[in-house]
Design a protein around this ligand. Structure first.
Ligand code: DX5
Ligand code: ZN
Length: 270
């Protein structure tokens, strides 16, 4: 059977005191530490107001031209292939968080399970650096790994990390089935319950259908939910079958994080 894992999202912590924030969460009963690693993941079409137009100069380099364009023009450019190179390069950044050097520094202070959630366009580039840095779990997004998920899973395992796959709210759950059913499968499925990018957003209850579908199909899979989880949403997630719970603002914003963590753990274990 699956066990409850409560994973505070360090995105909501005081980055300047990461080691003590991590220790504080572990003292409060956290099982995992959730580390959000972002370069560019959010689809540019979802940022219709201020977007940057990258102009491709030659095959390898991109000249950044800060030009605001409308969402439609942006989409048109993308459809016509203009954006393919910059999307693949992964330097278009709506939010930047942490990377392998921070994981490496944190690892010197704790033996905790570091649950890394890669919201990046090229997860393969991060496998070795994160493995060497001491990451425990490596969860990539299915939307950017259609071509190479088999290679990714294999390399994540050979770096000694636990492979997971995540999906955005708009991605159908069927897309992760092959990864769970493969000969060399992912061991965690992380269902996004907000649009990835930022902490503190509102939980999307309609994502619970995905969790129910997964739990029915895979009774012993680690099913993780991420975004907007806290005392008022935990029961929905737990009863749908989620057992790994990421929570940022609800834990870090609480006067007593230990209370919130134990309440969520109880809800999963019931
Ligand atoms: C969002 C991140 C989440 C986020 C959760 O892109 O993947 O892990 O930090 O934060 P809350 O719990 O505040 O929604
Ligand atoms: Zn996350």
């Amino acid at each position: 059977a699956v066990t409850a894992k409560i994973a505070p999202s360090m995105l909501s912590s005081d980055f300047a005191n990461l080691a003590s924030e991590a220790q504080r969460m572990l003292n409060c009963g956290a099982d995992w530490l959730h580390m959000d690693i972002m370069d560019m993941f959010c689809h540019p079409f979802e940022f219709p107001y201020t977007v940057f137009l990258f102009r491709i100069c030659d095959t390898n380099s991109l000249l950044m031209q800060a030009e605001a364009v409308s969402g439609f023009l942006f989409h048109f450019l993308e459809l016509t292939g203009f954006f393919v190179a910059c999307l693949q390069d992964g330097h278009f950044v709506p939010n930047l968080t942490i990377g392998a050097p921070v994981i490496e520094s944190l690892r010197k202070h704790t033996e905790a399970y570091l649950d890394c959630h890669l919201m990046v366009t090229n997860p393969l580039d991060y496998v070795e650096p994160l493995g060497k840095a001491g990451a425990s779990g490596f969860t990539f997004h299915v939307e950017v790994s259609k071509e190479n998920w088999q290679e990714l899973v294999q390399r994540i395992k050979s770096e000694g990390m636990r492979p997971g796959v995540s999906l955005k709210p708009g991605t159908p759950i069927e897309e992760v089935f092959p990864l769970v059913e493969a000969d060399n499968p992912v061991e965690v499925v992380l269902v996004m319950t907000v649009e990835p990018g930022f902490g503190g957003q509102k939980f999307m209850p309609e994502m619970m259908d995905k969790v129910r579908t997964l739990r029915k199909r895979y009774p012993s899979l680690d099913i993780e939910v991420d975004g907007g989880l806290g005392p008022s949403t935990i029961d929905m997630a737990a009863s749908a079958g989620a057992n790994c719970i990421v929570a940022g603002s609800s834990v870090f914003g609480a006067p007593e994080p230990a209370h919130v963590i134990s309440l969520m753990k109880k809800s999963v274990e019931e």
